[in-house]
Design a protein around this ligand. Structure first.
Ligand SMILES: [Zn+2]
Length: 167
């Protein structure tokens, strides 16, 4: 089947409602539901994670930071879902369109738009103060991932970066 951003949003929304997910998104619960097994990657391997189709295994490099680990895990879950839906035959070279869709999947799963808007408004972000760090902690994602998400949702303060630009 054809998979686009809209399809991905529908999937991730149904994962949140069907699995009764709460903040921060419990990715292990999603993996259990999908029958995905997680294994640790030895430190010498220079990749944050991988997905092995057929045996439904996700490898995770435990030497990367927790927030990056979560984005990587969500991205690899995306490979499983999108790969099955599109019938994609994985080879060593994964096409860019697939990587982009998996990043989109990870973003939508970890930071659903409605929840980000709700939490941001709850905190008075960005009208009163920049709350990117607090939001990143609530969603258990990196600050840069949350900053990117807030920007694409139009939730960025107009006066925002003055403090950062000065150095
Ligand atoms: Zn990938």
């Amino acid at each position: 089947m054809f998979v686009d951003e809209y399809t991905i949003r529908r999937w991730t929304q149904s994962a949140w409602s069907h699995l009764g997910l709460e903040l921060p998104c419990d990715l292990h619960c999603v993996c259990d539901h999908l029958g995905l097994n997680i294994e640790s990657i030895e430190s010498c391997v220079q990749v944050p994670g991988y997905y092995v189709p057929g045996v439904s295994v996700i490898g995770l490099n435990n030497y990367i930071t927790q927030s990056r680990l979560r984005f990587t895990l969500a991205h690899e879950i995306g490979h499983h879902i999108i790969g099955q839906a599109t019938g994609h035959k994985y080879t060593v070279d994964v096409p860019r369109w697939m990587e982009r869709l998996c990043d989109r999947f990870a973003t939508e799963l970890l930071m659903p738009a409605d929840l980000v808007r709700e939490q941001a408004s709850d905190l008075g972000h960005p009208d009163r103060h920049d709350k990117t760090g607090t939001l990143a902690a609530r969603f258990d994602v990196s600050i840069s991932a949350m900053r990117y998400r807030l920007r694409e949702l139009g939730l960025t303060s107009k006066t925002k970066t003055s403090a950062i630009i000065h150095y």
